[in-house]
Design a protein around this ligand. Structure first.
Ligand code: AMP
Ligand code: MG
Length: 317
């Protein structure tokens, strides 16, 4: 029998908290040698080592899909880079692990269980490098459905706290707690039902979406609460916490496929907070295909109440 989700989430939360601390400990992150268009830093690998370690040690039967692998790390940063990560991981965990441990954890992809961890160790690496928002994201997917999620948001300011963790899932609810420590408090999506005050979120990076389409939808639906651009799944966290009503992520190009780890954690949390997550045609996202979400032209996340209104404004695109 697999461990119950509630117990699993306790371990994931501890790992996300440590991984978030590791990211902040890298004061002035450097981008490693370019890998395609996607930047990556030593903190990405350190964060992934900490999270996947929790899967490998506590839940070895669970599968893992994760953004990074050690081959590129070794190629771009060599043994010296790995040694730096070992120091970061040991400082964050208060333990003594080796280079071999770190490499093994980064590459661990789990057993043959029905549960999958979808891990983005630093979602929004471009935001992380700019000093803007980023998230440490772990989604738990079971039979193609995101059932639980944890988002570490080290630079997200909510109330008097800078740095929060959101977690939850359908049937669990959604919770926020300060990364610095403190008890979890329930959160819920906003109660706004009409377009006039509806607040919209989108990516900072124009290349990650289609800002012109977002603008058309705002105009057509008369969404009057403003449009704020934020990096990473912090956008999902903001909708879950009632700080915005709508996150629109149109497909950036015909051949782009959204990554499972960019959505699984956020989708579970927003649904736990009472919101709704579909593709731009109102269909459920298909989380069964492994690392990518197939058959959609983008993702729509809302507080639920304004979902159909936005879908209506999307139909003519
Ligand atoms: P965001 O910060 O919300 O813009 O999203 C960050 C994520 O965008 C990264 O984790 C990447 O997986 C993803 N990404 C990279 N290139 C693209 C692209 N061309 N279209 C959509 N998403 C992308
Ligand atoms: Mg990402």
């Amino acid at each position: 029998m697999a461990t119950p989700l509630s117990e699993l989430l306790i371990s994931v939360r501890a790992a996300v908290r440590a991984a978030s601390a590791l990211c902040l400990a890298v004061g002035d992150p450097e981008r490693l040698e370019k890998r395609g268009q996607e930047p990556v830093t030593l903190a990405d690998y350190g964060s992934q080592a900490i999270i996947v370690r929790a899967a490998a040690l506590g839940f070895p039967e669970d599968r893992v899909v994760a953004e990074e692998g050690s081959a590129h790390l070794l190629e771009a940063a060599g043994a010296a880079g790995v040694a730096e990560i070992v120091d970061l991981v040991n400082a964050a965990l208060g333990e003594q692990c080796s280079a071999a441990d770190v490499v093994r954890w980064i590459d661990h992809r789990g057993g043959a269980g029905s549960r999958t961890w979808a891990v983005d160790p630093i979602d929004g690496t471009k935001g992380f490098l700019r000093g803007d928002q980023f998230a440490v994201a772990v989604g738990i997917v079971e039979e193609g459905v995101p059932v639980g999620g944890v988002l570490g948001c080290p630079r997200f300011v909510v109330g008097e706290h800078t740095g929060v963790m959101l977690w939850g899932g359908p049937g669990i609810g959604a919770f926020i707690e300060p990364l610095a420590g403190g008890s979890p408090q329930p959160v819920a999506v906003s109660g706004i039902t009409g377009p006039d005050a509806a607040r919209v979120l989108g990516s900072v990076e124009a290349a990650h979406g289609d800002p012109a389409l977002v603008r058309r939808v705002i105009d057509r639906a008369g969404l009057g609460g403003g449009w704020v651009r934020l990096d990473s799944q912090v956008k999902y966290a903001a909708v879950a916490a009632g700080l915005a009503e709508i996150y629109i992520r149109p497909r950036s190009r015909e051949d782009w496929r959204e990554r499972t780890w960019d959505h699984a954690a956020g989708a579970a949390i927003v649904e736990g907070a009472g919101g709704r997550v579909t593709d731009l045609d109102g269909e459920l996202l298909d989380f069964t295909a492994g690392p990518t979400l197939e058959n959609n032209r983008g993702v729509l996340v809302t507080n639920g109440a304004v979902h159909d209104l936005v879908l209506g404004a999307l139909t003519s695109d």
